[in-house]
Design a protein around this ligand. Structure first.
Ligand code: GDP
Ligand code: MN
Length: 379
């Protein structure tokens, strides 16, 4: 389970890690008065996705009026598929340096791993490996001051700041262990003069340890609006950021489809597993969810076992009558009565294949063609 930034920061504070002064709001009410007591502020959307800054979910304001205006904009916005229900309003720090700190589980080594980098602020996935300091932690020893001193030195900090950073790392590890975390991250840790602040906070708790979660942690709903809509009709749906909408029947075949699309140089817009025995109505609703995410094309990959391929084909033709689809669609059918299924689809003008590679090749080509058309159109 992921925690919101403000929840992680509360845990940090309770363990003696300094965070910027701030307050959480669930409406613009009270923000003006609060900002009057603070001065310049940073207003941070509380959503679980990372990269909020780049996506426009973090705003700055120098006056109370400006803060209220920005807050209203953020409350009305959608950020990476989630509505913004809470804002964290914090004092704006003067940043001298941004550092990345993280603790995660290294599954290959079966140990926690401490990560640190001078390249703080940006997403750690974008930082070249040689700029990331990694230390595997022996759980029987924990994070000791000799390790944290070495990390401080390699991060290029010294004196009072190094002492504070060293102390913070020991506390961060205590939090990691106490809360059964899979990830604890501070990005950025801000150095401002001789002070250090956890300016951002991320925590993911191990769901398998949920029976041990402490009573001070409320349940956090992690699904986006669309994911909730899909789960209400019994479909597994995960929002992604690519071009091709994907529907398949089973988690394994869905993931294999995503991998193949990637192999062919594109990305899936989503992960949609319609399961084994989805009804026509469910498939129609699932398609509507898919189309609402505006993919450039659709790839449907079905293994017809108990449900025969000709049945699937007929159902799709049926669904297509009620759902308007004006992007390229490619369907792959394999299994019982596959020839009959493919014939039905092709007779209705839908590109369909038995071989998944042929289907992916076709959908990638159609998606690129469609992209080119759009580019011309925009000019
Ligand atoms: P994320 O994009 O979701 O990781 O959100 P962050 O909380 O990390 O904020 C993104 C970026 O906003 C940070 O890397 C900083 O560069 C900037 N930022 C956040 N808080 C402050 C602040 O108090 N002062 C200043 N000057 N910049 C800030
Ligand atoms: Mn961050």
């Amino acid at each position: 389970m992921k925690l919101y930034e403000y929840m992680a920061k509360e845990i940090f504070r309770n363990h003696g890690i300094v965070t910027p002064k701030g307050c959480v709001f669930s409406s613009p009410e009270g923000i003006k008065e609060y900002v009057e007591t603070i001065g310049s502020v940073v207003i941070k959307s509380q959503v679980l996705a990372g990269g909020r800054g780049k996506a426009g979910g973090i705003k700055f304001a120098d006056t109370p009026e400006e803060a209220v205006a920005r807050a209203k904009e953020l409350f009305a916005s959608q950020l990476k598929g989630s509505s913004v229900n809470e804002l964290l309003v914090e004092e704006k720090l003067k940043i001298d340096q941004e550092i990345y700190l993280g603790l995660a589980i290294d599954r290959a080594h079966r140990r926690p791993v401490l990560l640190a980098s001078k390249a703080g602020g940006m997403e750690i996935e974008q930082v070249p490996a040689e700029q990331i300091i990694k230390r595997l932690i022996d759980v029987s020893v924990g994070v000791q001051p000799y390790t944290t001193r070495e990390i401080s030195r390699r991060l290029g900090v010294s004196g009072e700041v190094a002492k504070k950073l060293s102390d913070l790392l020991v506390k961060l590890y205590q939090i990691f262990v106490t809360y059964d975390a899979e990830l604890v991250e501070i990005n950025p840790l801000v150095i401002s003069g001789t002070d250090i602040y956890a300016a951002d906070g991320k925590m993911t708790l191990d769901d398998d340890a949920s029976f041990r979660f402490r009573s001070d942690i409320p349940h956090v709903e992690e699904k986006t609006e669309l994911e909730k809509k899909a789960s209400a009709i019994g479909i597994a749906y995960v929002d992604l950021e690519g071009e091709i909408g994907v529907m398949a029947n089973g988690a394994g075949i869905t993931m294999a489809t995503l991998d193949l699309i990637k192999d062919y140089g594109m990305n899936a817009r989503n992960f949609m597993d319609a399961g084994g025995g989805a009804s026509r109505e469910t498939v129609a609703q699932a398609l509507e969810i898919l189309l609402s995410t505006k993919p450039k094309s659709l790839l449907i990959n079905i293994f017809g076992g108990i449900t025969r391929c000709d049945e699937v084909a007929k159902a799709f033709i049926d669904v297509k009558k009620s759902v308007e689809i004006n992007i390229p669609v490619v369907i792959r059918l394999v299994g019982t009565n596959e020839e009959a299924g493919i014939e039905i689809l092709q007779a209705n003008g839908i590109e369909s294949y038995k071989n998944i590679k042929d289907a992916v090749t076709a959908v990638v080509a159609l998606t690129q063609k469609k992209g080119a058309y759009h580019d011309n159109f925009d000019q």
